[in-house]
Design a protein around this ligand. Structure first.
Ligand code: ZN
Length: 181
């Protein structure tokens, strides 16, 4: 859960990052950036600012801004009916981004959020420079962490069904609740 004020502040903090990534957003888009705390209540540590640019029955395009060292929790996109699950390509635009997948433990430059060791099984680190991209197969586990300057990335995918995404952390609730304060 986050407050309305936290939502407004997190949106505002995302704007300079997007500017550094040379992304132009119109006012309506700026005001509809989704601030996601994954139900964990520790937005600055585990969270993301996400703007859905395209969402059809077939494809999805999202822009994701992460504050310095903010972590997008480990998740995967499960099969839904005849669909094997979301296939996702991340293209990194600005800042430093560490991406983690299954494989040899090479975790070095990023870190597991404090006390959350069991919620982050993927320890294979890839350091992404601006212009680098990576594709996750349906069902492939992944998580991201921004470096010290924050990060901006595109996520291009087959149809996104965010509410059905699965997270290693059993406490995650993908739909963030906003309180009135
Ligand atoms: Zn994903």
């Amino acid at each position: 859960m986050i407050t309305k004020v936290e939502q407004i502040e997190a949106r505002a903090a995302a704007l300079p990052l997007l500017k550094k990534a040379q992304i132009y957003l119109n006012e309506r888009e700026q005001d509809t950036i989704e601030v996601v705390d994954f139900g964990l209540g520790t937005l600055r540590s585990e969270g993301a600012q996400i703007l859905t640019l395209v969402q059809t029955d077939r494809i999805g395009v999202k822009l994701i801004a992460l504050q310095p060292r903010q972590t997008l929790p480990e998740h995967w996109h499960p099969p839904v009916g005849a669909d094997p699950g979301k296939e996702e390509t991340v293209r990194h635009l600005f800042g430093e981004l560490f991406i983690y997948t299954e494989g040899e433990d090479t975790l070095d430059r990023g870190f597991i959020p404090e006390g959350k060791s069991e919620c982050y099984a993927c320890r294979h680190e890839q350091s992404m420079a601006a212009g680098a991209q990576i594709t996750f197969a349906p069902g492939e586990k992944h998580w991201f962490q921004a470096g010290d300057r924050g990060a901006v990335l595109f996520s291009f995918s087959t149809v996104a069904r965010d509410a059905l995404d699965q997270f290693t952390d059993p406490n995650v609730d993908r739909i963030t609740k906003i309180t009135g304060e």
